[in-house]
Design a protein around this ligand. Structure first.
Ligand code: ADP
Ligand code: MG
Length: 628
């Protein structure tokens, strides 16, 4: 038996490694299986070009847990290593790689995010093992070797009688890592990291039910057999060509990725580039849902079919992180911090490529099947609206397909909307006024009032819509969005004509003072307006500017500081041309007048959904009193 000393400057590198990657211990399994996969793929390549004169066959990788002996075995049928190669690749290359890794990231700390995902390779075995053995036989006609190392820089190497080609790694699990001796834990890790790796991975066996033989009786048990339990799908959909995949197969892959997800995706985007960077993947637009389990399903990042992370922050543009699916790229540097990642040229290109592909897909869906696109709009609008807000390039493209639904369920692009409303909804200052509602039920009376004027009312109800309106108003000229309850209908779109008031200035003043007096605790700003006599006598409105600023602040940024906590501001508009208003004015007793004012105010509040609790109870009692 030969022994030797690994050439590292740090006396004992292993405790260091352990400490460093504390939270990431579990990656040892992924690293060792990656090596086994690499060794198998290398052999495949060598046999295919005639360099290796062995039968490639149908190799698999096997993982075994021996709980009694506290060992994990990882066995492959790949190229294997000769003694020379073990000395070179394990003692020198792997060790120096580990040392370099430590040097580089000693100061980076744990918050560096992606650090620790890759780069430690074979070495990560020592995070969980107190001793590691390698028994390997090269595909070349050379004797097998047995290498072993207990975590100090000392190692031993001796001949082995292993007959089959390939490598077996034996981990002697350390006392503090015995959780990895549980089958369930290993299975969980295999499924997490290795589910789509290109070489079949066997972990134990499973019982398979066979079809009953002909002539079997009703209650005869179906025959079963024990078969290898292969935990991975070596040919996941994203590695195939889009032309070779049916819609059904895309959906099946979605289910494979997210087994707990029962909603079907709305559509998919197949990513496939090899220049100037290499990237494949499939992204899915999910159906909107509040199910927390489903929100946990995120885009997964792979490198050559090895799972890396489901935190794709910095790689996928933020507005697309709501999507699901997979991206696989060897060109994303992983041993770096997030901030470095975001500054990386290749990553920036990848991010804008993804944005462009998503925009192109949406454009073609819109052009090719408008009806279907309209049907899906509700589920996809948040992503699109958010994208329009956050990425100018996306805004330019999305401006052509973003839809603005009306309260009656018609969908317009901005251009179509503009053409439709510009005659009737341009105000005296030549501004195009787009009217919208955020809640069809609550704003019903205001919507009706606008419709009688022939106005088109949109239904814009996403939480980020106030921000988007702000963006549209600044990027397009002469445009303003106004919610239907922002003012009384005649003021929503100010045109030249001013209606004549039935009441004199004096009467208006008198009535206004009285109403102010009666409603003074409620904080309304009273406005006397001459409107059509058919319009409601009392109307409560919420001025657009203040309301929108408040909403923007509640949904993050954009608004004025501190406005999110301000009380709501309401105007109370009195239609001086309504019969009831004249009647109030002409009522002799003050008590009766106050009753009429209170009752009318409550009706206006009711119509705005503001009358609740005790006040509503009182209102109902008072109304019965009045009609009895
Ligand atoms: P990397 O995989 O990035 O090269 P590792 O530290 O994981 O770094 O492995 C170091 C080297 O050891 C590999 O490049 C390979 O030459 C060799 N090696 C590791 N595991 C195996 C294996 N199962 N079969 C053959 N060679 C292996
Ligand atoms: Mg490796």
């Amino acid at each position: 038996m030969a022994t030797g000393k690994i050439n590292v400057s740090v006396e004992n590198i292993f405790p260091l490694i352990k400490k460093f990657l504390y939270s990431d211990h579990e990656i040892f399994l992924r690293e060792l299986i990656s090596n086994a996969t690499d060794a198998t793929l290398k052999l495949k390549h060598l046999t295919s070009i005639g360099e290796a004169k062995v039968e490639y066959g149908n190799p698999m990788i096997e993982v075994k847990v021996d709980k009694d002996k506290k060992r994990i075995h990882i066995i492959d049928q790949g190229i294997g290593m000769t003694e020379e190669e073990v000395k070179k690749y394990i003692n020198e290359v792997a060790f120096s790689g580990a040392e370099e890794f430590l040097d580089k990231y000693k100061d980076a700390g744990k918050d560096a995010g992606i650090i620790g995902h890759f780069g430690l390779g074979f070495y990560s075995a020592f995070m969980v093992a107190e001793k590691v053995e390698i028994i390997t036989k090269s595909h070349k006609d050379e004797p097998a070797v047995h290498w072993s190392c207990d975590g100090s820089p000392e190692f031993s190497i001796e001949p082995s009688d292993k007959k089959e080609r390939g490598t077996e790694i034996i981990l002697h699990i350390a006392e503090d890592s015995t959780e990895f001796l549980e089958d369930a834990k290993i299975r969980e890790l295999l499924v997490k990291y290795n589910k789509f790796m290109p070489i079949p991975i066997k972990f134990g066996t499973k019982t398979e039910t066979l079809p009953k033989p002909e002539g079997a009786k009703e209650d005869d048990p179906a025959p079963t057999q024990e078969v290898d339990d292969i935990i991975n799908n070596p040919n996941p959909a994203w590695t195939k060509q889009p032309n070779d995949l049916s819609d059904e197969e895309y959906k099946n892959f979605y289910r494979e990725l997210y087994p707990m997800q029962f909603e079907e995706p709305l559509f998919h985007i197949h990513l496939n580039v090899d220049y100037p960077f290499n990237l494949t993947g499939i992204l899915y637009f999910p159906k909107l849902t509040n199910d927390l389990n489903i929100q946990k399903d995120k885009i997964q990042l792979y490198q050559n079919q090895v799972f890396v992370t489901d935190n794709v922050e910095g790689i996928v543009p933020e507005f697309l992180t709501m999507l699901k699916g997979v991206i696989d790229s060897p060109d994303i540097p992983l041993n770096v911090s997030r901030s470095y990642l975001q500054a990386d040229g290749a990553v920036k290109k990848i991010s804008s490529y993804i944005t462009r592909k998503v925009a192109d897909k949406l454009t073609s869906l819109f052009k090719n099947n408008r009806e279907d696109f309209e049907q899906k709009w509700n589920d996809i609008k948040v992503v699109i609206e958010y994208g329009m807000l956050s990425e100018d390039k996306f805004f330019e493209k999305a401006d052509k397909f973003a839809l603005y639904p009306s309260v009656d369920g018609d969908f317009y692009t901005f251009e179509e909307l503009e053409a439709k409303i510009k005659d009737n909804q341009t105000d005296k200052d030549d501004k195009l006024v787009v009217l919208y509602a955020s809640d069809k039920e609550a704003q019903h009376s205001y919507i009706e009032a606008a419709k009688t004027k022939g106005y088109e009312v949109l239904l814009l109800d996403s939480p980020i819509v106030p921000h988007l309106m702000q963006k549209l108003e600044t990027s397009k000229e002469n445009l303003s969005f106004v919610r239907v309850d922002a003012d009384h209908v005649d003021n929503l779109i100010k045109k030249e004509d001013t209606a004549i008031s039935k009441l004199s200035e004096e009467e208006k003043e008198k009535l206004k003072t009285e109403i102010e007096e009666v409603t003074k605790d409620k904080g309304y700003t009273i406005q006397m307006e001459a409107m059509e006599s058919s319009a409601s006598p009392f109307i409560i409105t919420e001025p657009e500017f203040m309301r929108r600023m408040k909403e923007m602040q509640q949904t993050g940024g954009g608004g004025m500081f501190g406005m999110g906590n301000m009380p709501d501001m309401y105007n109370l508009i009195i239609n001086t041309n309504h019969e009831l208003v004249s009647e109030i004015l002409n009522t002799k007793t003050a008590k009766k007048r106050q009753r009429l004012i209170n009752q009318s105010l409550d009706l206006a509040r009711l119509s705005k959904g503001l009358l609740k609790g005790e006040e509503l109870t009182n209102f109902i009692a008072r109304s019965y009193d009045m009609i009895k």
